[in-house]
Design a protein around this ligand. Structure first.
Ligand code: ACM
Length: 272
């Protein structure tokens, strides 16, 4: 069955949570998606300057207002939404993303591979990768720099994800092209939702590169957004197209794996 999936691309303003929730809400209300992905840290912005600031802008999941607002929007639009936000939990902070549905909150993911100064502001994710059966398909979540580690998408794909939801705040130029290979080697769809604009705070100035992208299981780019535009875009896909992992009559992407020969890649240091 066909399903409309897409991304919301916009420029969050640092610390302006009310404004960012309103802007994202307006864009979501104007879309016709069954599944929408918002950028990483879409409600707060990205460049934190102290742990105190990170804690003050972080929210509990699912009690916090950002998750609650996303639940309202999902109910009103009858859509599933994945969005990135800063989470606080007993003095710890995580760069997290939530999955919400028309029926309410479903689950969260805490970023596994922290990038750059995120290592100062956030704790590394402690719950690992998870997938969720949402009826029409199975979705998995990874956040931005997780893409740089092929294990992230491989793990989610082996767990049965048809679609990888990928909130992002990309600053390096490699991800969009690399997602073609990530999707091809796992035969899955991916929705990379990136932000736009520049944030200069403290000693750090970052330019975020937009070009959010929906990528198909054959490595094709189904849609790529502009580098600096605010946009919400959807593409119609059949998520079941991700399930046949055969390459030809002899080769299957998963059955042909030889984990016994992969050494440290499997089984060792799994939680460090
Ligand atoms: C990133 O992980 N935000 C580059």
């Amino acid at each position: 069955m066909g399903m409309k999936v897409g991304f919301v691309q916009f420029e969050p303003l640092f610390g302006e949570v009310d404004r960012n929730l309103e802007r994202a809400g307006d864009l979501i209300m104007g879309s016709d998606a069954d599944l929408l992905v918002l950028p990483e840290l879409f409600n707060t912005g990205y460049v934190f300057t102290s742990k105190e600031e990170t804690i003050s802008l972080s929210e509990q999941i699912p009690e916090g207002r950002t998750t609650q607002r996303l639940c309202e929007l999902a109910r009103e639009k009858e859509t599933f939404i994945v969005g990135g936000l800063a989470e606080k939990d007993n003095g710890r902070t995580f760069n997290s993303a939530v999955l919400v549905s028309p029926g309410g909150y479903i689950g969260r993911y805490r970023k596994t591979h922290l990038f750059f100064e995120e290592k100062v502001w956030f704790d590394p994710g402690d719950e690992g990768f998870k997938v969720y059966d949402i009826g029409t398909c199975t979705v998995g979540i990874m956040i931005c720099f997780d893409w740089f580690f092929p294990e992230s998408m491989r793990a989610l794909s082996l767990m049965g994800a048809d679609i990888i939801c990928h909130p992002a705040n990309l600053v390096l130029p490699f991800c969009q092209e690399s997602m073609k290979t990530r999707c091809l080697e796992n035969h899955v769809f991916a929705i990379t939702a990136n932000r736009t604009g520049t944030e200069a705070r403290g000693d750090t100035a970052l330019l975020f590169t937009g070009m959010s992208q929906v990528t198909g299981p054959d490595g094709s780019v189904l849609f790529r957004g502009g580098g600096d535009s605010e946009e919400v875009r959807t593409v119609e896909i059949d998520p079941k197209a991700a399930r046949d992992k055969n390459v030809n009559t002899y080769n299957n992407l998963f059955a042909d794996r030889r984990p016994g020969f992969y050494g440290d890649l499997v089984g060792k240091n799994t939680k460090e």
